[in-house]
Design a protein around this ligand. Structure first.
Ligand code: DHB
Length: 503
């Protein structure tokens, strides 16, 4: 009877862990549990095995999200090749569906919201194995109303999914040394974080707690569209860029994202967005303008501390006013973007702030460009003084919905908000892990940020890309002309890039 009592008072997970039977999920992939599916792309039919809703950890907290869909071209069970790939060599494409740091259910091949083939379908058609993990997010609660997906749950789950794939590498076609992560916005940030922080021990206790497989979690390559990343420094970067522009405007997001805080989600696998969304417009108050001035003034010290360099060795610094080589460098990506658009026949003649001589973009007026792009968010853009932003909710706890995650906003809080633990804020920022000791950072990176995307400052992806380059990683970074906040808009180029880095 002592034994029975012990069992009853032990938490469920320990019961199953010690008995190794009923209540824990198996980490062994069941090769027999699939359905056959067929989709067509450009008139060609693609037949694949769909292994869906696989729980990828032993002790899931939320089986709606800690699950993965795995899709394998049928050819790989018939000893055939697709292009240059076979069952042994096929890269594994790993897209997440996270947006707004909300929970993301696993996606599946099909159409995007415009009716075009989504990234997963294109990947399958090119002979990739597709693994689509879900991940917990900031809003989910258990039956006791405890939050179950606050930071770092989202990144812990994606790492657990990678470990599951490696743990089962003999049972699933594809090359686990060629995992390519993909995501947009918050999902782009998680894609980058997954690539930056491979195998780092900081995440280990969280992975252990959910019963993640004992395997490596580093990946080969990262595709990241408009990453909403480096959150604890993004407020300063936003005001460095947009200070002086006091009007803001954005499209109201459809549910379930919180109204008026995000631009419409554009991820693959998401339901179609309503055709016309109301615009939210406003002018910053005197208090917000003061906050903007203060945050802008803090940015050069942060930036200079990074010690970033151009590929020719030039130090990318800023003076106290926020001017200097780094600003010119950020501007150079917009110039390159305009040049590419011009080369592809885009008519830029209406944009008088672009100087063009003999079909060469020789200069842009950066301030006028920023007015053209416009400000979307009032200051502070991420760590809201009233805790009302999605990022405040990301950094909540099991019992506290939203917290500050910068000392600045904690000090200026209008609601007496608490500050998230520094150790947790650290886990969400790829800048802390790139090329560091004890970390296996992905070798290959493709980062995109639209030229009129203002969900975060252009400085943020520039800093990420430059840090990676400076640490010796292979980076393809560009700013597509006319592109706002979105992803997966250039799938042909994306897969050309992936094929190239995998070759
Ligand atoms: C997303 C957009 C934002 O503006 C933001 O602050 C966080 C996330 C998104 O689209 O995922």
């Amino acid at each position: 009877s002592i034994l029975v009592l012990t069992f009853l008072t032990m938490p469920l997970a320990s019961v199953s862990a010690s008995s190794g039977t009923t209540d824990e999920y198996s980490l062994v992939f069941d090769t027999a549990k699939y359905t056959m599916k067929t989709l067509t792309l450009n008139g060609k039919s693609i037949t694949y095995r769909a292994y869906e809703n696989i729980v990828y950890v032993k002790y899931p907290v939320d089986t709606n999200y800690e699950i993965m869909n795995i899709y394998v071209p049928e050819e790989y069970y018939e000893d055939k090749s697709i292009g240059n790939y076979n069952a042994k060599t096929a890269p594994i494409f790993l897209p997440n569906t996270v947006g707004g740091y909300m929970p993301g259910a696993p996606g599946s091949p099909g159409q995007d919201q415009n009716g075009s083939p989504n990234a997963a379908l294109v990947a399958l058609s090119k002979g990739y194995v597709v693994a689509e993990p879900g991940a917990r997010g900031r809003t989910t609660q258990d039956k006791n109303s405890l939050y179950t997906g606050k930071a770092p749950a989202c990144i812990v789950d994606l790492k657990a999914a990678v470990r599951y794939l490696r743990y089962n590498q003999k049972r699933i076609p594809g090359d686990t040394e060629k995992i390519i992560s993909n995501g947009t916005s918050a999902g782009g940030a998680l894609s980058a974080l997954l690539g930056a922080s491979g195998n780092n021990k900081d995440y280990e206790p969280y992975l252990k707690a959910i019963g993640a497989a004992d395997a490596r979690d580093d990946i080969f390559a990262v595709s990241s569209y408009c990453p909403i990343t480096n959150l604890d420094n993004a407020d300063m970067a936003y005001e460095w860029l947009f200070n002086g522009i006091n009007g803001y405007s954005r499209m109201m997001a459809p549910g379930p994202l919180p109204p008026d805080r995000l631009s419409p989600p554009v991820n693959q696998g998401m339901p179609a967005a309503p055709p016309k969304l109301p615009e939210v417009k406003g002018t910053m108050t005197a208090d917000q303008i003061k906050v903007s001035d203060e945050l802008k003034a803090l940015f050069p010290a942060y930036l200079n501390d990074l010690g970033l360099k151009k590929s020719d060795g030039t130090a990318l610094t800023l003076d106290a006013n926020g001017d200097g080589p780094f600003k010119d460098y950020v501007k150079s990506f917009v110039v390159a973007s305009a040049q590419k658009a011009l080369d592809h026949g885009t008519d830029l003649s209406g944009l008088t702030w672009i100087t063009i001589k003999d079909r060469i973009v020789t200069d842009i007026d950066f301030d006028k460009y920023l007015n053209y792009a416009t400000r979307m968010k009032s200051a502070p853009a991420f760590d809201a003084l009233d805790l009302s932003n999605p990022e405040n909710s990301l950094f909540g706890t099991a019992t506290v919905n939203a917290q500050h995650f910068t000392q600045f906003s904690k000090d200026h809080s209008t609601v007496g908000g608490s500050l998230a633990a520094a150790s947790i804020v650290k886990l969400l920022n790829p800048m802390n892990y790139i090329g560091t000791k004890g970390t296996t950072t992905a070798q290959h990176w493709r980062i995109r940020h639209g030229a009129v995307d203002k969900d975060t400052a252009l400085a943020i992806p520039v800093i990420l890309a430059t840090k990676l380059e400076n640490k010796g990683f292979d980076v393809d970074f560009a700013v597509p002309w006319g592109q706002g906040h979105g992803g997966d808009y250039d799938l042909n180029e994306l897969f050309v890039w992936i094929d190239k880095v995998c070759a």
